[in-house]
Design a binder for this molecule. Structure first.
Ligand SMILES: Cc1cc2nc3c(=O)[nH]c(=O)nc-3n(C[C@H](O)[C@H](O)[C@H](O)COP(=O)(O)O)c2cc1C
Length: 506
């Protein structure tokens, strides 16, 4: 019995030879029957020429040298592979970084639709997942105290800043995001009553346009507040901080997706607008160093935080991804020594997102959020300074359950970046670094941004926040607690074999 199977080398030889035969056949028909057949000969002849180039001339790609045009099928299929997997093959719980079930929850919330599910959870209950412990004596959600976190109160400054919802839009710069996305987020944040972090893109022109409260971020390149040598330009910082909508300043030391990594803004990407907003010269590469020029050890880092606090007279936080517990403890001890504390720490887990980073940095560097949060909280408690600052956290905290776990591990509130990208309609095409985002979020191409209607998506942002806020109160009531500050690790179920040693906070 003949077994049918596809022999790809034979099939490709057959196709490539057929192309030659068709060229000859059409040429013959053109000569003997009618000159119209020459069109076909021309088309197939063109394919023959491509095959000659692919098989005999180019040397880059072995597959194309061996299979010619037929080999191109591999690259065509690879290029649409993510879409095919997403739409046809991947199950609801399979994809990364966010599976379809997780994305769908955000889409439903953002569209103001019912985001309940039926029949049962799609999670594995045998896995190493933290869960929230509810109380036998759950309370009515109306009894939960209104959420309120005030930054800067520990230092007794005049310009404190208060948030009243447990979630904030995490840093994403104009540059990583296009104008429409920034404006939709800003308009949505204003409507929802939450602040938005500007990311490290320099002067927040588009963020300011829509009137949201802003947390202005200064990365290691200090875009918008840099001298030519990369040091701090105090006058520019003072000017940005004096904007009415800028409520807090965040000094970024590192981010979860690429901790310890600097960056390069190539001269070609520096348009007139970018040069103006970031205060960088045109026609020259700009280096984003792995650390602030002023910060080379714990004493200089704490001095720098204090210097920025003096300049801006508003709450000043620091953002980082945890590397070493020991280094962090030394930093905290130095804060005690200088009696200088940031108004908040924003802790980014290694699973954080980015506009662009090397894969090795995204995959293999930095401590993931939950163990990092537990360490940072414990160190702050052990050093007796937990009451000196607020603690924010980020790292795939896109739904209320994960946010409640972060609060139980010590966070005061949560940041999310990709949660808000999904609310804007992100389809996880994984093209943020290519300027080709199919839904117009991480692109500057006008024709792609056309798809992102600012007003429609601003409402989705507001709906998403409203739903997260609503479920925050519901979940908290189920734990029997009246306030997020009452949560602790005692509110977590930690399964045997959970890969981190969680002890009660002393
Ligand atoms: C498109 C994009 C751009 C980002 N840009 C910045 C940035 O400018 N500065 C920064 O500190 N973090 C940046 N981040 C990281 C986020 O602010 C956040 O810390 C991280 O993605 C974790 O949150 P998430 O898991 O909710 O996305 C960016 C993330 C994304 C996805």
């Amino acid at each position: 019995m003949t077994r049918l199977a596809v022999n790809l080398p034979k099939l490709s030889r057959f196709i490539n030879r057929s192309i030659v035969l068709f060229t000859l056949l059409f040429a013959g028909l053109g000569y003997y029957v009618s000159s119209g057949w020459y069109i076909g000969a021309g088309i197939f002849g063109f394919f023959v020429l491509i095959n000659v180039y692919l098989i005999y001339i180019q040397k880059d790609t072995a597959v194309l040298r061996n299979f010619g045009l037929f080999g191109q099928m591999r690259y065509i299929l690879m290029s649409v592979g993510p879409e095919l997997r997403q739409y046809l093959y991947a199950s609801d719980t399979e994809e990364k970084p966010f599976n379809r079930a997780e994305r769908e929850e955000v889409y439903q919330k953002a569209q103001g639709k019912d985001s309940t599910s039926s029949f049962g959870s799609l999670d594995n209950f045998d896995s190493n997942e933290l869960k929230i412990r509810h109380s036998f004596y759950a309370i009515d959600k109306e009894k939960v105290k209104p959420f309120k976190v005030t930054f800067g109160e520990e230092r007794g400054i005049k310009n404190t800043y208060t948030i009243t919802k447990p979630v904030i839009i995490s840093a994403m710069s104009f540059g990583a995001l296009g104008e429409h996305a920034v404006r939709a987020l800003s308009r949505g944040a204003k409507r929802a009553g939450i602040p938005m972090n500007t990311g490290e893109g320099g002067f927040p022109k588009y963020h300011l346009m829509e009137g949201a409260d802003l947390i202005w971020q200064m990365g290691t390149a200090k875009f918008g507040a840099r001298n030519d040598d990369g040091s701090l330009n105090e006058a520019n910082l003072r000017k940005i901080a004096s904007e009415k909508n800028v409520k807090m300043i965040e000094i970024k030391f590192s981010q979860g997706a690429k901790p310890g990594k600097g960056g390069l803004l190539p001269a070609e990407k520096i348009t007139e607008e970018i040069a103006l907003l970031r205060h960088v010269p045109m026609g020259k590469d700009v280096v984003s160093p792995p650390h602030h020029k002023e910060c080379v050890d714990a004493p200089s880092t704490v001095r720098f935080i204090g210097r920025v606090q003096k300049i801006v007279a508003k709450p000043v936080g620091i953002k980082f991804c945890l590397g070493s517990d020991k280094e962090f403890r030394e930093l905290v001890r130095e804060m005690k020594k200088q009696n200088t504390f940031p108004d908040y720490i924003s802790l980014d887990g290694a699973q954080g997102g980015t506009g662009a980073a090397p894969k090795s940095y995204m995959d293999d560097i930095g401590v993931p959020l939950f163990p990092a949060l537990h360490s940072v909280q414990n160190i702050l408690v052990e050093e007796g300074v937990r009451n000196k600052l607020k603690l924010l956290s980020a790292g795939k905290l896109i739904n209320p359950g994960k946010q409640m776990i972060a609060l139980s591990l010590g966070a005061d509130a949560c940041y999310t970046a990709r949660g808000f990208m999904l609310a804007l309609g992100c389809i996880q095409a994984l093209q943020c670094n290519r300027n080709t985002c199919p839904v117009g979020i991480t692109t500057h191409k006008k024709e792609l941004q056309h798809g992102l209607d600012i007003e429609d998506k601003a409402q989705r942002v507001a709906n998403y926040v409203a739903s997260l806020d609503h479920e925050f109160y519901e979940l908290l009531a189920s734990t029997g607690k009246k306030s997020g500050t009452e949560l602790s690790v005692d509110n977590l179920y930690i399964p045997d074999g959970y890969p981190m040693d969680i002890k009660a906070h002393s």
